[in-house]
Design a protein around this ligand. Structure first.
Ligand code: SF4
Length: 159
């Protein structure tokens, strides 16, 4: 699929996701794992958002470790990129496998599994991997470990 397909898909899905009945408790913030694999469109949106604030995400441990998300406020649970957060974050509380810790689950999005399958088929890397590729210039080269992970992640979604 092309970059245009990816951007169109994200726009269409994000525009129709219902707003969860969120009370703003931040109880779900403990599940904001770091080193999320995001698409190029999401990387570019986050980069523009961060450039405006002059802030840059911290490195939080090894890329393969489960660590807190680098986009979480350093001393608190808030998401610093909330308006441009990745699709997987937007699905929180809207699909059965990402439940709200307080049980405030709206009727699940009917095509949640299809959405995540389509999303998983796009090229995705961590924010830092995209940044490295961008700095390497047009067609920037992603490192071997990023490519190996990508191969694993784009394997067919389990039925
Ligand atoms: S981008 Fe924001 S919502 Fe998504 S995991 Fe990170 S802190 Fe949580």
């Amino acid at each position: 699929m092309t970059a245009l397909d990816e951007a169109a898909f994200l726009c269409e899905v994000c525009a129709r996701l219902p707003n969860a009945d969120c009370c703003g408790c931040h109880d779900c913030a403990g599940r904001c794992a770091g080193n999320l694999r995001i698409t190029r469109t999401e990387f570019e949106a986050i980069r523009r958002h961060l450039d405006g604030g002059g802030w840059f995400p911290a490195v939080r441990g090894d890329a393969d470790m489960v660590v807190p998300c680098e986009f979480q406020e350093p001393d608190g649970p808030r998401c610093l990129v909330y308006p441009v957060r990745p699709l997987v974050c937007r699905l929180f509380g809207l699909v059965e496998w990402l439940p709200c810790p307080r049980g405030r689950l709206l009727p699940p999005v009917p095509d949640g599994l299809e959405i995540i399958r389509t999303y998983a088929a796009f090229e995705r890397h961590t924010f830092r991997e995209w940044l490295r590729a961008e700095r390497a210039g047009p067609g920037g080269v992603l490192d071997a470990s990023a490519r190996a992970r990508q191969r694993t992640e784009t394997a067919p979604w389990p039925q």
